[in-house]
Design a protein around this ligand. Structure first.
Ligand SMILES: Cc1cc2nc3c(=O)[nH]c(=O)nc-3n(C[C@H](O)[C@H](O)[C@H](O)COP(=O)(O)OP(=O)(O)OC[C@H]3O[C@@H](n4cnc5c(N)ncnc54)[C@H](O)[C@@H]3O)c2cc1C
Length: 451
């Protein structure tokens, strides 16, 4: 009975004049995985993916480290989805700027918000505006060629860089700073950042965290990569690793393996070269010091109460001439009509307006967890569709939005336009022995791929 009903509504919506239209905002992993699943859940539906930048793939292009090319293979799956006759990519269109949620609701039976979590969290302490206090989010965007971050100021004529935060993003920053440039030359890292990194004077990188070794947020693969960096010694502060020796055996397996690796590394005293990667636990930054440029960080010494860091009256100053904050990402309310939860900075699900990926779960998790989240939401949309909860009036889809964009003289990029940009980047990369040389200028992208 249910299948007969489903077949009936799929047929009804499959007619060209009454197709089921879905508008997705954001062409990162969440947007693409959701589209991929919707094509199966609601056969014959038309999916339009709007993206703020002229180019797709979100953090796979602008977040994932250049020396992790294997992670970027998901792009092949996304490209397959984008090539489906019922999927349209519309690049260079920002929700909240060129189109509104109200216009999307008018045009689509279901709107899926997949625009991620692009803002970084601030420390909100004195000295955050000092020169050479840099957001890890922006630094990562800089070396990955993100147009809005291509000109950020970071002075690598510094010997000691401190990174505040102990997650995988912090390790990505540390690794890029300490990796020999000749290794990076073979990646898709931008040419201008290679030049800057080649002149870098950074010899020591310290990763600072509020809590202890058992609470680190980085994972074993990323930590192992640090141990393998040529000519870099990994150091822990005196006595900080001894506390975990007796508890390692009782930990669940993935944690146990990471703690054992960290503990073993802490017991090796030999120096591996002139650079060092130091890990400092139980410290909360209370102020960034310096008159114009960062000169040091005042840290409070913490103790742990259960899993919580509690600040003590003891203080400690760590000298440095470069500091990164890497304490997480945050979503924004891209349009005033979005049902945005300010307390948790996420968009909860509601019938007709759905959220996927980091915008839905918060800025945690890798691509695989983003995929599960997107698949779950696609199946929720399928269920709402089946139950008849979504409007069954004909909707105009892209034909309505395209008029709005035309009236605004907005140049857009379709999938064909992106493939032209892709080809140019690959050709430019080949000349330098790299997988691609990313174009970082939006006008140039539009010239190559715009319609
Ligand atoms: C530095 C870093 C490194 C990472 N490395 C790895 C890794 O090695 N392996 C791994 O598995 N995971 C990694 N991740 C996690 C992975 O990138 C995320 O799980 C995933 O990208 C989240 O997908 P998303 O689609 O929710 O967000 P995003 O990837 O951020 O995609 C959101 C998209 O929406 C667009 N957008 C934003 N605002 C608007 C708007 N108003 N209108 C239209 N479009 C908009 C953005 O331009 C972007 O393309 C990393 C994350 C970071 C930050």
């Amino acid at each position: 009975m249910r299948w007969r009903y489903l077949r009936h509504i799929v047929r009804k919506y499959s007619k060209d004049n009454n197709r089921f239209h879905v508008g997705i905002v954001g062409a990162g992993p969440a947007g693409f995985y959701c589209a991929q699943q919707l094509l199966k859940t609601i056969p014959g539906c038309q999916i339009d993916i709007y993206e703020k930048l002229p180019v797709p793939f979100g953090l796979v292009r602008y977040g994932v480290a250049p020396d992790h090319p294997e992670v970027k293979n998901v792009i092949n799956t996304f490209s397959k989805t984008a090539s489906n006759e019922h999927v349209r990519f519309i690049g260079n269109v920002t929700l909240g700027r060129h189109i509104t949620l109200a216009q999307l609701k008018h045009s689509y039976h279901a709107v899926v918000l997949a625009y991620g979590a692009e803002e970084d969290r601030k420390l909100n302490i004195n000295g955050e505006c000092l020169t050479n206090v840099v957001s890890a989010t922006k630094f990562i965007g800089w070396y990955n060629g993100q147009p809005q971050n291509k000109n950020i100021k970071v002075d690598l004529n510094a010997e000691h860089a401190v990174i505040i935060g102990q997650g995988n993003v912090a390790l990505d920053v540390a690794r890029i700073l300490l990796t020999p440039v000749d290794i990076l030359r073979k990646t898709d890292i931008t040419e201008y950042s290679l030049e800057a990194l080649a002149k870098s004077k950074v010899k020591k990188v310290t990763l600072v965290g509020r809590r202890g070794p058992l609470q680190v947020a980085f994972t074993i693969k990323e930590f192992r990569e640090m141990l393998k960096l040529p000519a870099v010694s990994t150091n822990f502060y005196e006595g900080q690793m001894n506390t975990i020796e007796n508890v390692i055996g009782d930990l669940p397996r993935p944690r146990k393996r990471l703690m054992q690796l960290m503990y073993d590394a802490s017991q090796k005293l030999e120096s591996r070269g002139d650079k060092s990667f130091d890990i400092l636990f139980y410290r909360t930054p209370i102020s960034l010091l310096g008159s114009d440029k960062i000169e040091g960080i005042e840290l409070a010494i913490n103790r742990l109460e259960g899993d919580k860091a509690v600040i003590t009256n003891e203080k400690y100053t760590l000298k440095c001439d470069l500091a990164f904050r890497s304490i997480g990402y945050r979503s924004i309310q891209a349009d005033p009509d979005i049902p945005f939860n300010r307390a948790s900075s996420i968009v909860p699900q509601s019938t007709g307006i759905y959220s996927v990926g980091w915008l839905s779960s918060g800025p945690i998790g890798v691509i695989v967890s983003t995929m599960s989240n997107a698949f779950q939401t696609a199946s929720l949309i399928g269920k709402d569709f089946e139950k008849g909860l979504l409007s069954d009036n004909p909707k105009p889809g892209y034909s309505y939005i395209s008029k709005i964009l035309k009236d605004k003289d907005r140049i857009t990029i379709d999938w064909n336009g992106w493939t032209k940009i892709d080809r140019v980047e690959i050709e430019r990369g080949m000349k330098r022995g790299k997988p691609r040389e990313k174009i970082v200028n939006v006008d140039e992208m539009l010239k190559i791929g715009g319609t």
